[in-house]
Design a protein around this ligand. Structure first.
Ligand SMILES: NC(=O)c1ccc[n+]([C@@H]2O[C@H](COP(=O)([O-])OP(=O)(O)OC[C@H]3O[C@@H](n4cnc5c(N)ncnc54)[C@H](O)[C@@H]3O)[C@@H](O)[C@H]2O)c1
Length: 349
């Protein structure tokens, strides 16, 4: 299945399938050399196959492997990869293949945006989160000491190649991380993705991933640079970020998002006219996948963290509320009213 993304700064195909051949889909025509950027886990599982395939297609292939985990999304690793490319005399005609999860995708994308002021890169995401979220939309980034994703660029890939077979080796905890974000898509879009998730992820993985990609496509096509609409992708994220911080980042992001989505559904029932049955439907869906539906933190503690969150804008916090499953909306709330809102005691919005 192919979904065409037409971002204002460049279009690309997202191909979703099983046992896909990467070389013909990369859209890196004219490149002589390809640098595969990956992490140690993914390299051990998939690099040999990719190297052989790209080699057979006539490319000169080299591999730059970073340690797995968020700590690789840093300035030092970013510069090391740029040096790696320069030492191998990569030119603007050559290309990069990001092979891995969101960490590799964000890092390789930012390297591509920066090397010689911009080279082409294709993306082969291998986690559920990167297939359905980070690989589409062109946001690339590294973390700074002061916070996550503070340096980066909007830089679109030439192609996104999603081989759902790679999910077979993904640890359960990482699958759940992606499912947390899928619950968010279910609230944003309603309809088919909710029904497919209710039927079961394993049986419908390809269709669910395609549905999520298509939802993200619609949003990023309309708002590539996060001017407005794209903010609805943050549904559930303000309390989720607060809880992640309060846990010292021990709480995995997908778990925090699932709990944040459910908290926002409860608050949306109280303040935004969301039907109770919709809130219960999302709770049941979360429970089906053993995702948390609440935090172990008080509304006050979660609200206090929003003061430091980048989503706080002057005295107001930007929130996304659900009018119902399938209809979300950005609203502004004075930050001092956030704790009451989280507690389900907020005013009508
Ligand atoms: N750019 C965006 O729009 C955007 C959106 C959401 C998240 N992100 C970023 O994505 C990152 C998180 O991405 P992630 O959740 O994919 O984490 P990740 O890239 O750290 O991957 C998770 C773990 O799974 C392993 N792994 C990857 N694919 C595997 C496979 N097929 N089989 C076995 N193991 C595999 C990795 O080695 C790693 O240990 C964060 O840095 C976040 O900021 C970016």
């Amino acid at each position: 299945m192919v979904i065409r993304v037409e971002a204002p700064s460049g279009g690309y195909d997202v191909t979703i399938g099983k046992d896909l051949k990467i070389a013909p889909l990369m859209k890196l025509d004219g490149a002589q050399k390809i640098a595969v950027i990956t992490d140690d886990n993914v390299r051990a599982l998939y690099y040999d196959r990719v190297e052989a395939e790209l080699g057979q297609a006539g490319y000169k292939v080299c591999c730059c492997t970073v340690p797995h985990g968020e700590q690789s999304k840093c300035g030092a690793t970013f510069l090391n990869i740029l040096e790696f490319l320069a030492e191998r005399s990569f030119t603007r005609r050559d290309g990069i293949l990001a092979l891995g999860g969101g960490v590799v995708g964000d890092l390789a994308g930012f390297v591509a945006a920066s090397y010689m002021r911009g080279v082409r890169y294709a993306s082969a995401p291998t986690t559920l989160l990167s297939m359905t979220d980070s690989s589409v939309g062109g946001k690339t980034a590294i973390d700074l000491r002061a916070g996550k994703n503070l340096a980066g660029a909007f830089w679109q890939p030439t192609a996104v190649i999603i081989d759902t077979e790679t999910l077979k080796t993904l640890p359960d905890a990482e699958l759940k991380n992606g499912l947390g974000e899928l619950i968010k898509y279910a609230v944003i879009e309603g309809g088919e993705i909710v029904e497919l998730l209710e039927k079961g992820f394993a049986e419908n993985a390809g269709k669910i991933i395609a549905s999520a990609v298509d939802i993200k496509r619609k949003i990023v096509e309309a708002d590539e640079r996060e001017g407005g609409l794209r903010r609805i992708l943050n549904f559930g994220h303000t309390p989720a970020h607060a809880a992640e911080k309060l846990s010292g980042y021990a709480m995995p992001h997908g778990m925090a998002v699932a709990a944040g989505v459910n908290l926002m559904m409860r608050a949306s029932v109280a303040s935004a006219g969301c039907p109770v049955r919709d809130m219960k439907r999302i709770k049941a869906l979360s429970e089906k996948y053993s995702l948390p539906t609440s935090f172990g933190y008080s509304p006050e503690a979660l609200a206090a963290e929003a003061f430091h969150d980048k989503k706080a804008d002057g005295g107001d916090v930007n929130l996304v509320v659900a009018r119902k499953v399938g209809k979300t909306e950005c609203v502004k709330l004075p930050i001092e009213k956030l704790a009451d809102f989280y507690a389900g005691k907020g005013e009508k919005l």
